[in-house]
Ligand binder design. Structure first.
Ligand SMILES: [Zn+2]
Ligand SMILES: [Zn+2]
Length: 248
């Protein structure tokens, strides 16, 4: 099985332009790219991607990615990767990997694309530090009653829970109504925070997060205000503070 890593004349700068152009890179493409980017080596199997995105079958991806690639080629005008028989290896525009005709392999983001993705979306929100919360590593300390570190709580960093919360509530801040997606477009999607409603002091070892019951999307400003006291303010308390200025 041959591994395909043919070069393509698209630099990281150009990929960056393509990624922020919603006519080329659609929302569903960004979802796929995000998953791959966040995987080890920026590598992921199509079946796994389909599973995570709740696509009924990875065949759906095998038409979505070529459509994305076609828009990339149409916009840039660079020659696409071609098979010996003259057909175009569309998946090979954004990815490295094995040809589907020779069995299924995983997709690896081209380094220039990964670099571009990092430049645009790369800020890792999980590194943002907020008062009154704690890291994954510190969660054991929590159960032993030794809460000392001050960083974002693991429930707010849990990617799956976050995704479910946002799927349910959308990208609007539950406090002030600011809509990241509407205001900033695709880049904004990654910037909304989720706030965990249950005070850590009330959490027991057997606690299992319910993303819809326990999490709410909040903008970074409101999130900062919520955590401005040792005991987090409630969403209603912060809503009251901004009062009539709130958009909803
Ligand atoms: Zn807000
Ligand atoms: Zn929070």
């Amino acid at each position: 099985m041959r591994f395909y890593d043919d070069p393509i004349e698209i630099s990281a700068e150009v990929w960056a332009e393509l990624l922020t152009d919603s006519e080329v890179t659609r929302k569903e493409d960004l979802e796929v790219l995000k998953l791959i980017y966040e995987s080890r080596n920026h590598e992921m199997h199509a079946k796994e991607i389909a599973l995570k995105l709740n696509l009924s079958h990875h065949v759906a991806l095998n038409s979505q990615i070529p459509r994305f690639s076609k828009r990339v080629i149409a916009r840039t005008g660079v020659p696409p990767p071609i098979r010996e028989d003259g057909s175009i290896r569309w998946w090979h525009v954004p990815f490295w990997g094995y040809d589907k005709r020779n069995g299924t392999g995983s997709w690896i983001m081209r380094p220039e694309l990964a670099e571009a993705y990092k430049r645009i979306f790369g800020q890792d929100d999980s590194e943002i530090v907020y008062p009154g919360e704690m890291t994954v590593q510190d969660s054991t300390d929590l159960f032993e009653g030794a809460v000392s570190k001050i960083v974002v709580n693991r429930y707010e960093r849990d990617g799956k829970a976050r995704t479910k919360c946002i799927e349910h509530y959308g990208y609007r801040c539950a406090v002030c109504g600011f809509d990241f997606e509407r205001v900033y477009g695709p880049i904004g999607q990654n910037k909304i925070h989720v706030h965990h409603l249950i005070p850590l002091s009330e959490i027991r070892r057997e606690y299992k997060i319910d993303p819809i019951r326990d999490l709410r999307p909040v903008c970074p400003n409101c999130h900062l205000v919520i955590h401005s006291k040792r005991e987090p303010l409630t969403i209603d308390e912060v809503k009251e503070m901004i009062g009539s200025n709130s958009s909803q």
